[in-house]
Design a protein around this ligand. Structure first.
Ligand code: DLL
Length: 432
């Protein structure tokens, strides 16, 4: 077991001191030696001497993903090329890809953070973990791989695709845990069902570490009910390192190791720092990152910092499930809609399957949103009237949570696209 109670259960005041000392020394170093960061601080009219406590963090300028693109490939790096031991390239949830580099130390703290996270969900040397995130330029595969090796799990680097083969391996090697995107796990469960594989009876799979894209509690309940596998949320971005932080066994918020990360939640419009429990954009400062340091990096991810202590005993801050990215938000006839709200509403309708797509069009001056949903085979009826009633019912449920009228199209099983990596469920034809 890989568990660091000294760091993970540190009293709040002590943690704040450690964070402030780390940030102050990082900022001082960068101001002295790095043109990029110095220029940013000068433009914001701030010097390291202005930092007297964590309360002064808002004086520091934000960092944006666009800066990675503008400084592509390595202009923002803070170490010589000889110190870089690995690169990853972000697929880019939106926009162009970005390059990230790692020193040996960066890989160590990343692996360490993941090892702690896996330990917190009880994955260790008794487990066989199938890593079904993409290996290669994406951080998911290799990130989970080294974290899992560190806790002594037997790692199966399956990567994505060849779903039938993946299911065979799960059975043949008595795989106990899997890591992949929630959409890929759902796809796997469908293929398993078609092949007559029952996760409960025919496999030893107990845990799934799912993330890299938004998913809802409703989806978690469905996954668990249909497979008996316990699903845990994992979060990270390639700019931070990759996948890093998970829920613990309590599954109430994602623990963010405070000794390597400082969190703020801001109002995405004004940049103002919000209080504990308030929902806004996650801003991250990494305390140990060397290849290219992150100070007040705007992730675009929407969440809040949870305030109540976690029964697991870890004092590290926790964030609520990410509901989406500020740049994923759709504005439909002036109303803000996150794709995760659509999933939330759909999962409440028992007749609806697990696959859906959102299509946005503009007809004349009017935005129009159509939600295509696959219906469970047992919920199909030959009677037109039943199907119209079901469609109406789904439209009413969506309207209830989205506050806008949405058109629903019912689809048969297998009609909508499946994904083996991050799902792409929104087609916004207004921008085509
Ligand atoms: O997706 C790293 C990762 C790999 C995380 C495997 C978890 C598991 P990027 O490709 O840079 O890195 O994409 C990062 O994905 O800013 C979020 O918008 C989204 N995201 C990641 N995890 C979650 C999650 C990896 N658990 C972007 N819930 C982030 C919601 C997530 N969104």
């Amino acid at each position: 077991m890989y568990w660091n109670p000294e760091a993970e259960c540190m009293p709040a005041e002590e943690l704040k001191k450690l964070q402030f000392a780390g940030i102050k020394s990082l900022v001082t170093e960068l101001y002295g030696s790095n043109g990029f960061y110095r220029q940013k601080m000068e433009s914001a009219g701030v010097t390291p001497d202005d930092l007297l406590s964590l309360e002064d963090m808002p004086k520091l300028p934000f960092m944006y993903k666009q800066e990675f693109r503008d400084n592509y490939p390595t202009k923002m790096f803070n170490v010589p090329h000889t110190d870089i031991v690995r690169y990853h390239v972000s697929s880019g949830t939106t926009g162009k890809p970005t390059l990230v580099g790692y020193t040996r130390g960066d890989l160590e703290y990343w692996t360490d953070a993941l090892a702690r996270s896996l330990t917190s969900i009880g994955i260790g040397e008794n487990d066989t973990l199938q890593v079904s995130y993409g290996y290669g330029l994406f951080t998911g595969g290799l990130g989970l791989h080294y974290g899992a090796e560190k806790v002594g799990a037997s790692v199966l680097p399956a990567s994505t695709g060849s779903t039938e083969r993946q299911l065979e391996l799960i059975q043949d090697l008595d795989v106990t845990a899997i890591a992949c995107t929630p959409s890929y796990f759902i796809h796997m469960t469908e293929v398993a069902e078609n092949l007559g594989i029952d996760f409960r009876k025919d496999t030893k799979l107990k845990k799934a570490v799912l993330g890299a894209e938004p998913w809802t509690e409703g989806m978690r309940e469905r996954i668990e009910k249909s497979t008996g596998v316990k699903a845990y949320d994992i979060y990270g971005t390639s700019e931070l390192a990759g996948p890093m932080y998970t829920e613990c066994e309590e599954r109430h918020g994602i623990h963010i190791s405070g000794d390597i990360t400082y969190l703020e939640i801001i109002d995405p419009k004004t940049g103002e720092v919000l209080g504990p429990g308030e929902k806004g954009e996650l801003v991250v400062t990494m305390l140990k990152k060397r290849a290219f340091p992150l100070i007040r990096y705007r992730t675009s991810d929407i969440t809040s910092i949870l305030t109540e202590p976690c029964p697991c005993g870890r004092t590290s801050p926790r964030i609520a499930r990410i509901t989406g990215r500020s740049d994923d938000m759709l504005i439909i006839r002036g109303i803000n809609v996150f794709p995760s709200q659509v999933e939330f509403a759909l999962m409440r309708v028992p007749e609806v399957g697990n696959q859906y797509m959102i299509v946005v069009t503009r007809e004349g001056a009017m935005d129009s949103m159509t939600v295509q949903v696959e219906i469970k085979p047992e919920s199909f009826s030959d009677k037109m009237e039943d199907m119209l009633t079901l469609r109406k019912h789904i439209e009413i449920e969506l309207k209830k949570y989205l506050n806008i009228a949405v058109r629903v199209e019912l689809k048969g099983p297998g009609e909508l696209p499946r994904f083996d990596g991050k799902a792409s469920r929104v087609v916004d034809k207004r921008s085509l």
